[in-house]
Design a protein around this ligand. Structure first.
Ligand code: ASP
Ligand code: MG
Length: 409
């Protein structure tokens, strides 16, 4: 019998009515003759509440505090797994709940952001073969010391994909509150449309660009294990978006989608000595302070003795980043330090970039025609990102969506 993994996020299990609705979606797959393993998140808002409570009690700076953190914040999934199993039983579908340690889903001991080592599938497979639906608490595992671990916020997606790989599932359906992946945020670009297929690589670029539909790690795992993931809504019966290998993306558009992030801040250091080792003096301490630097540009002045260095960091890290840079002023010897937190990053993404030319040029021209100044540019093989003033975000997204022929008629 084919195995299907279904994953339901926090909004899909937010109350008992919604849990009954989820049970009906599970029943439908059972009625189609599938063996079904379901992975659930905590009810929406619950994990936040639990995190809050732990933070009020502790700075979470010791290993044992982090172990308790995981014991506490993983509990929301225990509740929803039990409730869904109960709802299924009430509908006449045999089901049982599974906690991470009961499978077990074995993880490393990096509490709060653990990685999955292995899923032992014998026990759950046996239960499926006996005709039961398995309802698995997402987000949690057990480390080698027998302590509960969690997989990072949004980690139930990764639980689901890992389980689908372990059970050699035919498909991993991720039910969420959006009905798929769109060419652009439909709240901003009304002409955005749903994509039927997206390459794993594209989703990875979109996710890290701020289109937060799936936990990034779950997509990497799906790509590495060839898991067919479908993103769809638990509130409608519409077809979702399928994540596939690049070769399976039939329609080779120039651009697949456009993403944006407002969680950006720019920092510029002027007149830095243009000598070996200076970049390390700037970015080493930032890395040590756990600040994630994204875009970087360096412009060497005429004569080449000095250079300006501009880079971006998450907006919430700006103050911290400035403090870190100021601390090394004696070593870096910059003339001035300035920053701007009213910037946004807009990115065009698509595997079609590998076979089409002129994509960057088109982006720059489209923005220029709208009078939008580009502050920083960065690229990868399938992505071009620009940093612009935040106030032009919507205008840029709409103009690019039209320019690349993505508008629906
Ligand atoms: N409940 C966890 C969170 O809110 C895990 C998940 O929902 O994926 O991050
Ligand atoms: Mg999620």
């Amino acid at each position: 019998m084919p195995v299907i993994v279904q994953k339901f996020g926090g909004t899909s299990v937010a109350d008992l009515d919604r849990i009954r609705n989820v049970a009906r979606k599970v029943k439908r797959e059972v009625d189609r003759g599938n063996q079904v393993a379901v992975v659930v998140s905590a009810m929406s808002g619950v994990t936040d509440q639990l995190v809050n409570m732990t933070r009020q009690l502790s700075g979470l700076s010791t290993p044992s505090a982090l172990e308790e953190y995981d014991t506490i914040v993983s509990s929301g999934e225990q509740v929803t797994a039990g409730l869904l199993a109960l709802a299924l039983n009430e509908m006449g579908i045999p089901a049982r709940s599974w906690l991470g340690w009961q499978l077990p889903l074995v993880s490393d001991a990096a509490h709060g952001k653990a990685r999955i080592h292995d899923i032992k599938s014998d026990a759950i497979m046996e239960s499926l073969n006996e005709g039961n639906v398995a309802v698995v608490a997402g987000f949690q595992g057990v480390d080698e010391h027998g302590r509960i671990s969690t997989l990072g916020r949004g980690g139930s997606d990764t639980s689901a994909v890992a389980l689908a790989a372990a059970l050699k599932a035919q498909r991993c359906d991720i039910y969420t509150d959006v009905d798929g992946i769109y060419t652009c945020d439909p709240r901003i670009v009304t002409k955005a449309h749903k994509l039927h297929r997206v390459a794993y690589e594209e989703i990875l670029e979109m996710a890290s660009q701020g289109a937060k539909v799936l936990q990034t790690r779950s997509v990497e795992m799906a790509m590495n294990h060839g898991v067919r993931v479908q993103v769809l809504s638990s509130f409608s019966d519409a077809e979702g978006t399928l994540l596939v290998d690049e070769e399976e993306v039939v329609e080779r558009k120039r651009i697949t989608g456009i993403a944006y992030s407002r969680d950006e801040a720019r920092i510029t250091l002027t007149s830095v000595a243009n000598i070996p080792g200076v970049s390390a003096e700037i970015f080493g301490p930032l890395a040590d302070a756990n600040i994630n630097v994204d875009m970087i540009v360096q412009n060497v002045s005429e004569g080449g003795a000095e250079t300006d260095v501009t880079f971006t960091v998450p907006r919430g890290d700006l103050k911290n980043a400035l403090a870190v840079v100021e601390k090394s002023r004696d070593k870096i010897k910059y003339k001035s330090l300035n920053s701007d937190d009213s910037v946004a990053k807009v990115s065009v993404i698509g595997v079609g970039m590998r076979s089409h030319v002129g994509i960057a040029q088109e982006m720059f021209k489209t923005l220029a025609d709208k009078g939008i100044n580009i502050l920083v540019i960065s690229t990868s093989e399938i992505k071009i990102s620009v940093l612009i003033a935040e106030e032009y975000t919507e205008l840029a997204l709409r103009a690019l969506h039209t320019a690349y022929g993505l508008d629906t008629e």
